[in-house]
Design a protein around this ligand. Sequence first.
Ligand SMILES: [Zn+2]
Length: 85
Amino acid sequence: MSNMQVTISCKMCGNILNLEQESIGNVSYVRNNARNSKISLDSVTVDKEGDIEDYDEIDEIETTLSEVRFKCDSCGDYIILSDFE
Ligand SMILES: [Zn+2]
């Protein structure tokens, strides 16, 4: 078991989302962890660079994680995690 966790909390409402690993490996499944929380994963944005004309060229597209946004279901406030590079 990993000792690591990520906690996201709303300072206004006191709602908390703890992202912890599920079972084997140190992977935390965000939507499953958020199922019983009043903080939810709102959106994930991925930036794409490059142009392709055929699916065979898909490796020429570069993708980077841009933003992950969590929202408090009680007050609607949110936090955006960004600047992953
Ligand atoms: Zn709130």
